[in-house]
Design a protein around this ligand. Structure first.
Ligand code: NDP
Length: 391
């Protein structure tokens, strides 16, 4: 029996992960399930799977979690320290699907146990890619991509020599504002931004898809996962979200990965790797689809991709600052403090405020250094907003 834990079990990826675990009965022993505020779902999941422990990120939710788990034999815990303790429980496979930088520390601790880390939390790699990769190598742990584009690249590279790769192309649906003029995008509401045309995902990643910040994070994620020069990573707008990524080789071959827009494919692949097992995803009917469209992203209406390239060129702790500034801007947009169009300028202004004296050029070689830069960038972004940014 493989011991598995799911961090972010109550979210979109978490629920799909539990669905995949349930399809292979008798193969897994569930160690820890974690969630945030959705305590009722977390308790229901933990009872159904007979988890050892259920952890909510919020101390204030602990009484409710305890009550919901009474008599079940499942332990209950709460808070950031409890998340770390859960990550330190021996497990063979751990799903990292907390949203945001909050997912970094638990994933890092799971690597220390030598677990296979299925990484949906792309923010971890953006903030601390070199650190996570070094930690995995030190403990003989494996990090597997769960993001659909990165799973697609990973699958396309099986049996290939990375030295023969000329370029990697990840696709972007373009989000709900793909064809909107800049003035309309500027006034977009949260409800409009959250309405992704193809994927059913959590609210935050859906809004990041609308701004292309999600693709910006994925550009950096591609560099960290596959170690190729950023100049050889391209983004291609593909509205149907059928073709997830392509790898171009030095003989001119371009190998593509296609599949339905259903995260259970990538989750199942990471769960069973290196084997393939049947997955309950729709099979493509290409004749019915008829066509697949492609276009270059528009850098004027969607500046996030340019920012990601600047962050990769800067290196050091710029990724940690970028992600934290992006999360702060996203919170501000969701709360109505800034407009949709102000998110990218706020991120750019925050990065401009962080100098070498703040340590932005330092290598991301400890978790503390990454978390300190994450904190500082949030403070700087907050200062910019209290100084009238967006008024
Ligand atoms: P959701 O918002 O649906 O779920 C997020 C999960 O994290 C929930 O379990 C939530 O708990 C928990 N959570 C929220 N805040 C905290 C916190 N501060 N500390 C600990 N736990 C917290 O997100 P998704 O499932 O959509 O995304 C999860 C991750 O996977 C993200 O990094 C995203 O970028 C990535 N990803 C998602 C894809 C998708 O299709 N959804 C595709 C590729 C990558 P609760 O809900 O109980 O409050």
């Amino acid at each position: 029996m493989r011991r598995v834990s799911v961090f972010g079990a109550t979210g979109s990826i978490g629920v799909n992960t539990l669905d995949m675990l349930a399809r292979q009965p008798g193969e897994f022993e569930v160690v820890a399930l974690t969630g945030g505020r959705n305590v009722a779902l977390l308790a229901e999941q933990a009872r159904a799977l007979g988890a050892e422990i259920a952890v909510t990120a919020h101390e204030s939710c602990l009484p409710q979690l305890r009550a919901a788990l009474a008599g079940s034999g499942v332990a209950a815990a709460a808070g950031p320290a409890a998340l770390i303790e859960a990550a330190q429980r021996p497990a063979d496979w751990v799903m990292s699907a907390i949203v945001g930088a909050a997912g970094l520390a638990p994933g890092f601790r799971a690597l220390e146990q030598g677990a296979t880390l299925a990484l949906a939390n792309k923010e971890s790699l953006v903030a601390a890619g070199p650190l996570l990769m070094a930690e995995a190598a030190r403990h003989g742990a494996t990090i597997l991509p769960v993001d659909s584009e990165h799973s697609a690249v990973f699958q396309t590279l099986i049996g290939e020599d990375i030295a023969a790769v000329e370029r990697i192309i990840i696709t972007a649906s373009g989000g709900p504002f793909r064809d909107w003029p800049a003035e309309r995008i500027a006034a977009a509401t949260v409800a409009e931004a959250v309405a992704h045309p193809n994927w059913a995902m959590g609210a935050r990643i859906s809004i990041d898809s609308a701004s292309l910040f999600n693709k910006a994070l994925e550009l950096i994620e591609t560099r960290e996962f596959f170690g190729i020069d950023p100049a050889r990573i391209e983004v291609l707008v593909h509205p149907q979200s059928i073709l997830h990524a392509l790898v171009g080789f030095n003989d001119g071959a371009l190998m593509a990965h296609l599949g339905a827009a259903d995260m259970r494919h990538a989750i199942g692949f990471a769960l069973n790797w290196p084997a393939r097992r049947p997955a309950p995803v729709e099979r493509l009917d290409l004749a019915a689809l008829g066509r697949l469209d492609f276009a270059a992203p528009d850098p004027e209406r969607f500046p996030a991709l340019r920012l990601a390239r600047e962050v990769m060129a800067a290196g050091g702790l710029a990724g940690a600052a970028f992600n934290a500034a992006k999360e702060t801007a996203l919170d501000a947009f969701i709360d109505g403090r800034i407009s949709f169009a102000e998110m990218a300028p706020l991120v750019e202004a925050t990065l401009a405020r962080l100098s070498a004296a703040d340590g932005i050029a330092a290598a991301p070689d400890t978790l503390d250094a990454v978390l300190a830069m994450d904190h500082l960038a949030r403070v700087r972004a907050g200062e910019l907003m209290s100084g009238g940014f967006g008024q």
